[in-house]
Each structure stands twice: as structure tokens, then as C-alpha cells.
Design a protein. Sequence first.
Lengths: 317, 273
Amino acid sequence: MFAALRRHWAVRIVARGVAVSFIVATVAFSVLRLAPGDPVLAILSDQATPQAIEDMRKRLGLDGHLLVQYGRFLWDAVRGDLGTSITSGVPVVRIIADSITPTLTLVAMTAVISLLLSIPIGLRVALVPDGWFARVFRVVASFALATPGFFLGLLALLLFSIRLGLAPVAGFEPGFPAALAYVWLPALVISAQLVPILARVFRASVTRTLDEEFIEAAIVRGVSRSRFQWHYLIRPSVAPTIALLGYITGQLLGASVMIEMVFGMPGIGTRLVRAVTTRDYPTVQGILLIFGVLVVLISTLSELVIRRLDFRVGEAR
Amino acid sequence: MTSEPRLRRADPMFVTGLTLLGLVVAASLVVPLVSPFDPVRGTAEPLQPPSGTHLFGTDNLGRDMFVRSLAAIRLDMTLAVTAVGVSLLVGTLIGAVMGVAGRSKLSGALSLVVDSINAFPFIVLALGVVAVVGPSPAGVVSAIIVTGWARYARVARARAAVVAGAEYVSAARLLGYSRWRVMTRHIFPNVYSESFAFALSELVIVVLAIAALSFLGAGVRPPTAELGAMISEGRLFLSQAWWIPIFPGAVLALAALSIQLIADGYERMTRYA
């Protein structure tokens, strides 16, 4: 029974995700150790006694041989211990748990909005590549990509929240309907920069699908319009877009750091920035780890979805 | 950026981008020199809306936002070009070695490092480095180099693997040229041309990333004139004096857009030439 399990595609994908998580943890561990400069001296003043320096080194987990530190870090991380914040004394895991809800809500909302927008846009551009819509899309896309995300957020805040009063100016409230009011505008801002990329990939993918034999066969057989678009065009083409979404999660999380700051959301990005500016190293390290693991988690999930959606991927392997 | 013999027809996007960027750069070099206002010390009436004397208005400390924005884009461009230049060189060298080394242990180990750095959100890892190095112009540049080189390495690795198998490389080897000579004269130049096109598109991302880090307070700190830091300071005045954050943002977007046009145009020119 276990042998059969091990051969199952889903198990293999998940196992690889776990392995990559360890590599990601290694990077989070290395940043504090390999970056130029000594964190301990950065926190303490020049007049610190050798004893104080030694104590701080211990508190940061920077004492002992590098390999010993690494082993300790991994073992603690697996048990769910990411150290305690230097500035507040709160366990880093607690900080992350308290601030992850706004971030995940924002990221999920952004993913939904971007997919819902980029699929029809990409389809339209692929089917009528030289129409007015495709031209407008290209111009809007280059402007959206060149505008800094935090500045776009500021413009949206000025227009929708301050001038029109359609969204709250800052903050977050958990819970299903309440959270949406806070999240829709920031999610839309991140989507403005994500949709051009995703729509382009989806367009390219639809263009390739249009060359397939089963498309011609469907047209010859006179399949209904809605059935043709969903079963024959969208479903086989959506896989590369979702694959990219997994890859783009990284950028999405990066963008959410800035957008959270602009919209005053008490999310994990806001905590990361505060930790960086106050040199709260254990918190920085823990949040880096979580961001890395989130990227791996979402790309693993998107890979699982792709395998379910596109019958051609299965044949190729 | 030496003469490119393959570029014959100039792409309209490329020309437009180059003109726009040229104007911005020229203005950022000349205006702070000839203007009566200082980018850091405020000498004018504070919170004045845009006018003939102050094209972009003045901020809460009476600083002329036109001069300040232009001095800021000069700093941002200098930092971005430095960061991209160094990451391009380091990343391309390492990537080229990886591509040529093929399936060796060295290449495997380097690949692991490159891929795991690339797995992280760029800005997040850069923030982590700034936490150690400290927020300063040099800190931002080193954060971007530490996180950025791996992207060039990935591009160069793929390209070098192709080039290393090309016939002219085998020919050079058969002629008895040393490994070093084959690497520097035959492989590296052919890898570099593609990496350069990639670097142009990266320049957009890096300019925006430097401004973003400074916006978050983890980059260039005020009172130094830097666009992200200026937008961050100015957002407190968003409802009373919109010009304080909006003009620096517009200058940043204009610079990014023109680099984007240059990058897209350059890619089209090299592809179809």
C-alpha cells in the first residue's frame, strides 16, 4: 500500500515541496550570518562590555559553531519555535500568528481578482490580437508595470478612500464580510500589476491551444459556443497561468509588504518592516522563513491543481 | 554598451524611451546646479502649490519639490545602475561557469544556492539584508546585489549551457586554445549579450525596488533627496498638499516607464536584427 502511495503523483509533489522548504529555511538562516556586518554590534553600542556582547550573541542564537547554530535553528523551527523578539520579548511564532490573517486574506483576494480579470482579458486579446481592446491593454499594461506599486496604492487611497469614501483609510478587521471592506482596494492595486503579466501568459497559452487538433475537431463537430470556450479553450490553457501564479506568489507577497504599509494593514509585511527598522533579528529571520515556506506551499498547491486541470501534463510525464 | 554592430534599424519604442530618459537625466544633472533652490535645505515659503516659481510646489519645510525630485532621481538612477552593473557582472560570471561546468558537483552546489535565493520574494530578502547592513545608500545597493546576482546567474547558466555546446566553441577547443581563452573570448561574450538585455529589464525593477525600500524606511533616509523616502514623508500631506507625494511618484514612474521602453525596444531590435 505504501509503495503505491509513493508512486502517486500528488505524494511526489508534496515531498518535493517539503524538501524545498528546508532549502528555503537555510537561506533565512544564512541572511543574518552571511550578510556583511555583525548583527550583535549593530544592536549594542560601541561601549558594550564583552559580557553583554556574549549574552546578546546567545540570545540571537549566534553562539557556537555555524553548523551547531544551523542544527539548533532547524530543530527549533520544526518544533515551531522561531525564537523571541528582541524588542518586545514576544515569541516570533506568536507575532506571525497574530499578523498573518490580514496578509493571507489580502493575498487570497488578490489571487481571485487577478485570475478572474486575466482570463477574460487574455482570451479576448488572443482571439482578436489586433483589435482596439488588445491595443488598449498593451498601453495600460506598460503604464501599470512602470508605476511603483506603493505609489499606485497611494493614488488609489487618495481617490477611493479620501475623496470618494468608498473604502476605509487604514486598518483591518477579521471575519468574513468585514474583512472584504478593508481588503478589496489593496487587492485591486496589486492586481493592477499582476493582471498584465498573467493575462499575457494566458493569451500566449490560448494562442498555442488554438493550434491543437482537438480545436479544429470541435469546430467541425459544431460544439456549442460556451462549451467550446470552457472545455476546449480555457481549461487546457489555464495551467501555465496557474503555474505562474505559484511562481508569482513571491512577488505577490513582496508587493503585499508595501501595500500593507500604504493601507496601514497590521499584516505580516508591516511587522517585517518594523522588525527590519528596529533590528529585531529573530523576528526578521522568522518572517523570512514564513515567506519562503508560503511561496513553496503555494507553488506546490498550484502544481497539484494543474495536474487535475490539464490532462496533457499527465501524459507528458 | 560598446558599439553593437547588429543594431541597424532603431526601434521606435527604444528611441522614445531613450529620449525620455535622456531628458530626465539631463534635467537631473543641470537643474540642481542652476536652480536658486537647494534640494535639502528649505529656503522658500512652505506648502505652496505648484506655480511658475515652484513647478512642483514646495513641501512642509519650504523645499522646492522640482529641484528635490530631480536631485532624487539622480541618486536613484546612480544607485540602481551601480547595483545592476555589479550584479550583472558577478551573476553572469558565476552563471557562465555553472553552465559550462554542466553536471559537476560545483555546478550542482551553486545551482542550489541560486535557486533557493530566487525562491524568495526579491524585496523581502533585500529587507532582510538591510536589517543587517543598515539603511543607507550603500546598504540598499549591497542588499540588491546580494539578492539580485542569482537572477543573472540563472539567465547566464541557461545561455552558457547552449553556447558551450556550439560548434565554434568545439572548434576553438580543437584549435588547442586554453580553457581560459575559450571561456573569456568565446563563451563569455556570447553569454553576456543576452544577459545585458535582461539587465535592462531588471533596471526597471531595481529602480522601483530602491525607491520601495526607502519608502519603507529601509533604504535611503531623509533628509537626503530620494524619491521613495519623499513619497513616504509626503503621504502624510496627501489630503492637504497632494503635490508633495504625487510629483516624486510621477517622476519615478516616468523614469521607470522610459527604461521599460528602452528594455522592450532593445529586446525587439536584437531579436529581429
